[in-house]
Write a protein that binds this ligand. Sequence first.
Ligand SMILES: CC(=O)[C@@H](O)[C@H](O)COP(=O)(O)O
Ligand SMILES: NCC(=O)COP(=O)(O)O
Length: 244
Amino acid sequence: MSILLGVNIDHIATLRQARGTDYPDPVHAAAVAEHAGADGITIHLREDRRHIIDRDVEVLAKTLKTRMNLEMAVTEEMLAIAERIRPEYVCLVPEKREELTTEGGLDVVGQQAKISEAVTRLRQAGIKVSLFIDADPRQIDATVATGAPYIEIHTGHYADAEDEISRDKELVRIREAASYAHERGLVVNAGHGLHYHNVKPIAAIPELYELNIGHAIIARAAIDGLDLAVRDMKQLMLDARQGR
Ligand SMILES: CC(=O)[C@@H](O)[C@H](O)COP(=O)(O)O
Ligand SMILES: NCC(=O)COP(=O)(O)O
């Protein structure tokens, strides 16, 4: 049984926004990721636009060869953007301005009416809707009640676990949640904080359809590409000295 990889390219945009340049361009990164086998491209348009910006969403909507998974908070502004752009997938996520990255799943139980309304609006626009939730059966039941057909299980607590016992406990919770959500008819994805050393036990969970992974892939790309990047710069400098 196969599993899909959605590549999150937020942190290409983080690097661009750090200097206010127009490079590196997440549109270019998406094309490279697709060429390498990504099954989809994930972007998180944060309310503070700290990395992905509106222009990226607009251009990617026209240029992606696979599909866009747009992560966004449940706000009127974001819903209006999604209804206009109509990405293939929207994943509704919790958001706090002060967080460094997403700290947990959506509280669907506590915001049932607001989230159900958002899910209905997005589905009416023809978008496949996913809710980013913790591995918690109550949140799964609440998700089913909203009419969202997909979930993404937040794997951040697993990734951040400080010792093997805590990590194994989180893994069991994720396994059980994936199995329960699948039984309840949801398509089950997972992601957050996955990297080259912790991905295999998650990827082995048979009910998982897709993993969304970003930070670790972009970090690896920066290191793996550094050798060539330095060589190219040095060559340009030497060429200049020789009048080339
Ligand atoms: C909501 C979610 O799934 C996160 O994994 C998110 O996409 C990462 O957000 P940042 O890229 O802002 O850290
Ligand atoms: N939804 C999770 C995601 O898109 C990627 O998260 P990360 O790998 O950047 O932590």
